[in-house]
Design a protein around this ligand. Structure first.
Ligand code: EPU
Length: 415
């Protein structure tokens, strides 16, 4: 099994290009199933999760080629509506294929999804949305069997602002008669991106007063060429990596508005963040103050950047409180941080972090994508050697992370 070995204590300096967004790419890959023909998707990150979605697209009959960062997806012969446990259990986003297959083939038989161990990941909001649109659901032997009846646009209110439930509902409702209103839908940048992709493919979706409105269109969707925008979670991770090492890095392609919650907090901590002509620069001398945050759906503080921020706060001046509102087990990395010398106590959904002067390298393990990368960031700042096992979690969400960090001056090796 591969490991990262980091010799910490080096400042990150220079510039680095941000990759395409994982969480935009996965629903767009599923959405290609709705339109028969050959799609070309550029700036696709080479990630474990993207390879899993490629497997799923092939299982249902699409022809997929991946060259450089361009995916070519030919959906002309899509004909299989069954997606087995072996692929769906690897990644939660696999379940997005359900909405797309109902839209394209009229039925889907998809195993209940698996994914990162960050707490219970229910799918009740997905099923509620499907049923409201007229999809019949029958669950048997661990599979969700979904059948298109007479689909009709309607008003769907989500109790939880679920990202993938909003995406799944969008995938069905673009093929539905009448108008659908999604109330309390998620509004993360990757939702806007899926809407943009669907509109370019011929759908008619707009957002008015925070309600997502899917208008009926007479034409069927068509295939297209599209470029995925940059990943604000990778950008946020590298912003924190720069700050924790007292560095100075220009993040090429990072979008200020997508990272506004993190940027505001970094600035309040005394870390310099500025717009550049091609991205965002973070600059600090390594001294910064504590801060307290609570995760929330966009535009609140992203749960996907919370673990990385706790690493930064472990070295802040003062005491911080971090509250996780979305996923019960998103503090799996905290015992590893403590192993490296962090002073953290857990109190239900919150952790209290007393900043220390230094962390020390240790043998630790990655528990999930974001918790894993949080430990990498701590290792970059720690004194001495940090050895991180189970890095396959990190590879699910970060394209060539060690290459990017090395190019900025870090001493990190994959062994
Ligand atoms: N929820 C329900 N019922 C549902 C669905 C969700 O109660 O049917 C609750 C969840 O328990 C959670 C909250 O709603 O408390 C939000 O979960 P959500 O459904 O939005 O999460 P997701 O769609 O499964 C996506 C991202 C995650 C990210 C979350 C929150 C993708 C492919 N995944 O997951 O990304 O943490 O939204 O923003 O977009 C990651 O990239 O590392 C990652 C885990």
């Amino acid at each position: 099994m591969e490991k990262f070995i980091i010799d910490g204590g080096r400042r990150l300096e220079g510039e680095v290009e941000i990759s395409g967004s994982k969480n935009a790419c996965l629903p767009i890959m599923a959405a290609t199933l709705l339109a028969s023909g050959k799609h070309l998707i550029h700036k696709v990150p080479k990630l474990g999760d993207v390879y899993t979605m490629i497997k799923i697209l092939r299982v249902v009959g699409a022809k997929v080629e991946f060259e450089g960062n361009t995916l070519s997806i030919d959906t002309t012969e899509v004909n299989n509506s069954k997606v087995p446990y072996e692929v769906v259990s690897k990644m939660r986003a696999s379940f997005l294929v359900t909405g797309a297959l109902v839209g394209r083939l009229g039925e889907a038989h998809v195993s209940r999804p698996g994914g990162c161990a960050i707490g219970p990941r229910p799918i009740d909001e997905h099923l509620h949305g499907f049923e409201m649109l007229g999809v019949k659901i029958k669950e048997e032997h661990g599979y969700i069997n979904a059948y298109r009846n007479s689909l009709k646009g309607t008003e769907i209110h989500l109790n939880e602002q679920s990202v993938t439930a909003t995406e799944n509902i969008l995938l069905v409702s673009v093929t539905t008669k009448g108008e659908t209103h999604i109330i309390n839908g998620a509004r993360e940048p990757h939702i806007s991106e899926l809407i943009n992709f669907l509109n370019l493919a011929g759908a008619n979706i707009e957002i008015e007063n925070d309600i997502i409105i899917v208008h009926e269109t007479s034409n069927s969707l068509h295939s297209l060429e599209y470029e995925i925008s940059t990943d604000y979670i990778e950008a946020g991770t590298l912003m924190i990596g720069t700050a924790i090492t007292g560095g100075n890095v220009n993040l090429i392609g990072a979008k200020w508005e997508d990272s506004i919650a993190l940027i505001t907090n970094l600035q309040e901590m005394g870390i310099e963040v500025e717009k550049t002509n091609n991205g965002v620069r973070v600059k600090t001398n390594g001294k910064y103050n504590a801060c307290s945050i609570k995760t929330a759906p966009y535009p609140g503080f992203p749960t996907d950047i919370q673990p990385q921020l706790t690493s930064l706060l472990a070295l802040a001046d003062g005491t911080s409180v971090v509250t996780e509102t979305m996923f019960e087990q998103r503090f799996n990395h905290i015992p590893e941080l403590i192993r490296m010398g962090a002073q953290v106590t857990t109190d239900g959904r919150s952790v209290v972090i007393n900043g220390v002067d230094e962390l020390s390298g240790a043998q630790v393990m990655a528990s999930d994508i974001r918790g894993g990368v949080a430990i990498v960031l701590a290792g970059l700042a720690a004194k001495g050697k940090t050895e991180i096992s189970r890095i396959y979690h990190i590879d699910r969400g970060y394209e060539g992370i060690e290459t990017k960090l090395e190019s900025l001056g870090a001493n990190i090796k994959r062994v």
